[in-house]
Design a protein around this ligand. Structure first.
Ligand SMILES: Cc1ncc(COP(=O)(O)O)c(C=O)c1O
Length: 360
């Protein structure tokens, strides 16, 4: 078997054990003589998968009982619309924190449905960072405050939770959910596309406090109505059953690893190692201030961008895949989610050292 280290930002690496289990169960799931892809989403087999996945996710994140967990069949982008459609209400406005490319997309979509107040945005000088909350201009009457705890493209991450009092806090955790423990009770809604730390693309997890299952804006598509989705246990229509099943295998794998405390220690360790090497080198650099650096996505530039192509080609030959930075920012980006072993980060650092040594 040939497995490379895949540094893609998403769809990202999945744990090998999970893929092996899915492979072993592919033709005959638990003796039922069918693949889990082939059974009814309303039958006993898939009901078991759904219930176990939700129970494991609840246990991993210690989700309080007054929160619903939805397994929706769409990307995180659907939530850029679903949040304002359901929460904005008539004549209201929402506060958005703009810390990068994904915040901007969420803002652009929310503006289609109501008034958006940009309460704060990431500062670029001298290094990119998230401004402290005492510099934000929050509106006490906002319908909600939306932010992106980890900006996947820019590698900018909050290492604290904003305090919004009675105003519900909504978080796009697409590239950070399950990388560490979080206090779910601090949020009104948490959402995340699956293809980073959760499972394959096609699934979006939404964790929503029950008082927020309110009447959406008129003409909201039925599948975009949180209340309808919660009442139908995410099965108003046929859900993305295989993605849901695989996410369940990932949750079980995370529990076997020791849970999210263990993942947090591993993830912080991997990120620290990589940033330490970059900071100590005069060949590579990262432009994010230390307190706003992402544990999940580490963007870096070569001092001489003319070497970018050579770097990527040689990295691929060394089995280090998908290190190209996002097309909007260029340079490199190493995404090091839960499934990236520490050995993958060690191999990357070793490669970077050798490349720097032979291209000075
Ligand atoms: C933080 C963040 N939000 C939203 C998205 C969009 O997700 P999707 O492509 O699943 O709609 C991504 C995708 O990478 C992301 O990283």
């Amino acid at each position: 078997m040939h497995r490379t280290y895949n540094f893609s930002a998403g769809p990202a690496m999945l744990p090998t054990e999970v893929l092996q289990q899915a492979q072993a169960e592919m033709l005959d799931w638990h003796g039922c003589g069918m693949s889990i892809m082939e059974v009814s989403h309303r039958g006993p087999e898939f009901t078991q998968v759904m219930e176990q996945a939700e129970a494991d996710l609840r246990a991993l994140l210690a989700i309080p009982p007054n929160y619903h967990v939805l397994f929706l069949s769409s990307g995180a982008t659907s939530q850029f619309s679903m949040v304002p459609l359901n929460l904005l209400g008539a004549n209201k406005s929402a506060d958005y924190i703009n810390t990068g490319q994904w915040s901007e997309k969420a803002i652009a979509e929310a503006k289609r449905y109501g008034t958006v107040n940009i309460a704060a945005h990431a500062e670029k000088t001298p290094l990119v960072h998230i401004p402290a909350q005492n510099h934000w201009k929050l509106n006490a009457n906002a319908a909600y405050v939306h932010y992106t705890p980890n900006e996947t493209i820019d590698g900018v991450e909050f290492h604290w939770i904003p305090k919004t009092g009675k105003v519900p806090l909504v978080a796009d955790m697409s590239s950070t959910l399950l990388s560490r423990p979080i206090d779910v009770s601090a949020f009104g809604i948490i959402y995340a596309g699956a293809q980073k730390n959760i499972g394959p693309a096609g699934l979006t997890i939404v964790i929503i406090r029950d008082d927020l299952l309110q009447e959406p804006i008129a003409a909201t598509p039925i599948l975009y109505n949180y209340r309808i989705q919660a009442e139908n246990k995410s099965c108003y229509n046929t859900p993305a059953t295989y993605s849901w099943y695989l996410a369940g295998l990932v949750f079980a794998w995370l529990k076997k690893q020791g849970g999210l405390q263990v993942m947090a220690a591993r993830n912080q360790g991997k990120a620290d190692k990589l940033y330490k090497y970059i900071d100590g080198s005069d060949f590579y650099s990262n432009k994010v201030r230390v307190d706003s650096r992402s544990w999940m996505n580490v963007p870096f530039s070569l001092q001489n961008p003319e070497l970018d192509k050579k770097f990527l080609a040689e990295a691929e030959q060394a089995g280090l895949m998908n290190l190209k930075g996002h097309r909007l920012v260029g340079g490199m980006r190493a995404s090091i989610y839960n499934a990236m072993p520490e050995a993958g980060v060690d191999a990357l650092i070793e490669f970077m050292k050798n490349f720097a040594g032979s291209n000075k």
